[in-house]
Design a protein around this ligand. Structure first.
Ligand code: ZN
Length: 165
């Protein structure tokens, strides 16, 4: 079936655009549950308790991403609505996405916009990485001890990081 392989490809692409560290866990919610708490970067397979068929509205927002199969990825701290259907009943669950750090303040106020990248600036990469980064503070780099930097022209990596670009 062609449709199936296309779906597979899509899933593959989705997986590839995520940091590899996130392991998929199954998260069960109750039918009609109002809120769901997650942490940034977590990837969960959503299930509604006692329901075998749930129609998830596949969606990509700046806060989260979900596939039709209910594979949810939390991307950014904040609140966002997620819709799904069970039979003909429609539900909305409010995702409350928190920062990873088990810090004190739970408010999502800090908005430091440092994304505007002008071409030809300094980029950052790790020896065994596949991509280059626009900032040494990128979360993909946080796992690495050795971070190399230099002008983009001298960078051996050809692809930009999807987290910080
Ligand atoms: Zn990055």
């Amino acid at each position: 079936m062609k449709k199936r392989s296309l779906l597979f490809l899509l899933m593959f692409l989705l997986l590839f655009s995520l940091p590899a560290s996130a392991a998929t866990k199954t998260k069960k919610i109750k039918e009609g549950q109002k809120t769901l708490s997650l942490t940034v970067g977590s990837k969960v397979q959503l299930k509604v308790k006692g329901v075998s068929k749930t129609k998830w509205t596949a969606k990509t927002t700046s806060y989260f991403k979900i596939t039709k199969k209910g594979l949810l990825t939390a991307k950014r701290a904040g609140s966002a609505k997620l819709k799904y259907k069970i039979g003909s009943k429609k539900y909305t669950v409010l995702l409350k996405i928190k920062r990873k750090t088990s810090g004190s303040s739970g408010s999502s106020s800090g908005s430091s916009g440092s994304s505007s990248g002008s071409g030809g600036g300094t980029v950052y990469w790790v020896p065994n990485g596949e991509v280059y980064h626009s900032t040494p503070g990128c979360r993909s780099l946080s796992r690495s001890n050795t971070i190399l930097s230099g002008p983009l022209a001298s960078c051996p990596k050809s692809r930009p990081c999807k987290n910080c670009h």
